[in-house]
Design a protein around this ligand. Structure first.
Ligand code: ADP
Ligand code: MG
Length: 421
């Protein structure tokens, strides 16, 4: 190991307590430390945060981290502070700070104490902040959840669109690090373009999840009974069941309970206390199943989720991948079962009706991919990875036989109430 590598390893140990880098982390970090524009594409849980946190801690100046989620920023700041000598090592700059607090943040930055400054994109549009940041040494700019910049991503945020202009105003030659778990080639191209870094060195980890088994079943009126049977066959195991609507969530949770299954509902219509309670029950294994809308899952880190069921098909392959990705984090079994009927696609199409035309077109195109996925007779894994721009060979690739179409090639999955297209 070179001196630089030893330094990186000792910093990894010192600040994060880890002995080894995960996946591409070390290469990414070297590239960020070298001051290059960097683009990092890794699945959720891949360890993207460290790719900017560690360089920020060892480089001169302050790194600005843009992230859309205030709760996650706070978590990261707390974690970094816990292992540093000075509380000012990391700060969040947002609209909730009073004058005194803002002054303290500015002082810490000016005095070279702050290595990581987290900002929500909308705060970064404030003249006052931009003017201040122009006057201090910025090591680099990290744009986390960079797919928010793209209308083709699953979480478009208009504030992200202005980032390039703002970065330019803060400093002309600030290196940019974009990070995302969205692997579609379209979104990637959008990110590179919008952040104005066509020359970025790109690091892309594989999105293959070899321990997950993918299965799609036609959705009939017996879907609830089918789910009950499945859950009973997997008694005592933890699972998530996603439904489209709050009403379905409540209904299905009740049906499961009546059938002797430990299940709780979770959706944004429940009050915060109930949500936290149900989430904790799941983490503490006081319940086996959470029936939820997509409101459930962000930041939930339960390693032994053994199944993820989609009662209703999601609106894009990316959503499907994210949601099924919550199964088998520990590397153990993870059964991903989706129910599909074409009329559910029509329902999703209807939801988009009031939206701007451009958004509808994108939504429609994403849904067509979902239809293709649900109706395909090729390997589900191959399909998903191809969607993410990755070639997969079922003969040689890990998990090559882990989907219904490979295991039972004769079965054609078709929605029973399919309509002419
Ligand atoms: P992402 O942003 O890619 O979804 P995170 O940065 O949140 O992933 O990291 C996911 C988990 O991996 C965290 O619990 C983190 O502590 C852990 N992690 C990151 N790097 C390492 C490492 N080198 N060794 C062990 N665990 C790691
Ligand atoms: Mg992350």
């Amino acid at each position: 190991m070179s001196i630089a590598e030893i330094d990186l390893h000792s910093a990894l140990k010192k600040y994060f307590g880890f002995s080894e880098f995960k996946g591409l982390q070390e290469e990414v970090i070297k590239n960020v430390v070298a001051g290059n524009n960097t683009f990092v594409i890794m699945p959720t849980g891949g360890g993207k945060s460290l790719c900017y946190q560690l360089p920020a801690l060892i480089k001169e100046g302050t790194a600005i981290v843009v992230s859309p989620l205030i709760a996650l920023m706070k978590n990261q700041v707390d974690a970094i502070r816990a292992v540093s000598e000075h509380e000012g090592v990391a700060h969040v700059l947002n609209s909730s700070l009073n004058k005194t607090e803002v002054k303290r943040v500015k002082d810490d930055i000016t005095n070279g104490i702050t290595k990581l400054l987290y900002v929500a994109p909308e705060s970064l549009t404030k003249e006052e902040y931009v003017d201040f940041l122009r006057t201090v040494k910025i090591s680099f700019m990290a744009v986390d959840e960079a797919h928010c910049i793209s209308e083709w991503g699953h979480d478009f945020r208009p504030e992200y669109r202005n980032l390039k202009t703002i970065i330019k105003r803060i400093g002309d030659d600030i290196p940019i690090v974009g990070l995302t778990a969205t692997a579609t080639p379209k979104v990637q191209a959008d990110i590179l373009k919008s952040l104005g870094m066509p020359n970025a060195v790109t690091f892309k980890a594989s999105f293959n999840r070899p321990n997950l088994y993918y299965e799609v079943r036609p959705k009939t009126k017996n879907v609830d009974a089918d789910i009950i049977r499945f859950v009973k066959q997997n008694e005592g195991k933890s699972g998530i069941i996603y439904c489209l609507s709050r009403k379905r969530v409540e209904g299905l949770a009740q049906v499961l309970q009546v059938n002797g299954i430990k299940a709780v509902p979770y959706h944004a219509g429940l009050d915060a206390k109930t949500r936290v309670k149900h989430q904790d029950m799941f983490l503490m294994e006081d319940t086996d199943v959470v029936v939820a809308t997509i409101a459930f899952g962000m930041g939930i880190d339960k390693p032994d989720v053994r199944f993820v069921i989609h009662h209703d098909i999601p609106k894009s392959i990316e959503s499907y991948y994210q949601e099924t990705g919550r199964a088998g984090r520990d590397g153990g079994e993870g059964h991903c079962l989706a129910y599909y009927a074409y009329k559910d696609i029509e329902k999703l199409e209807k939801f988009m009706a009031g939206k701007p035309v451009a958004e509808q077109e994108i939504g429609h195109a994403l849904l067509q991919e979902v239809v293709a996925f649900a109706e395909t007779s090729v390997s589900r894994r191959k399909f998903i990875l191809h969607y993410f721009g990755e070639e997969f060979d079922n003969e040689t690739g890990e998990g090559g036989d882990m989907d219904d179409n490979v295991r039972h090639p004769k079965k054609q999955v078709e929605a029973q109430d399919d309509v002419k297209m």
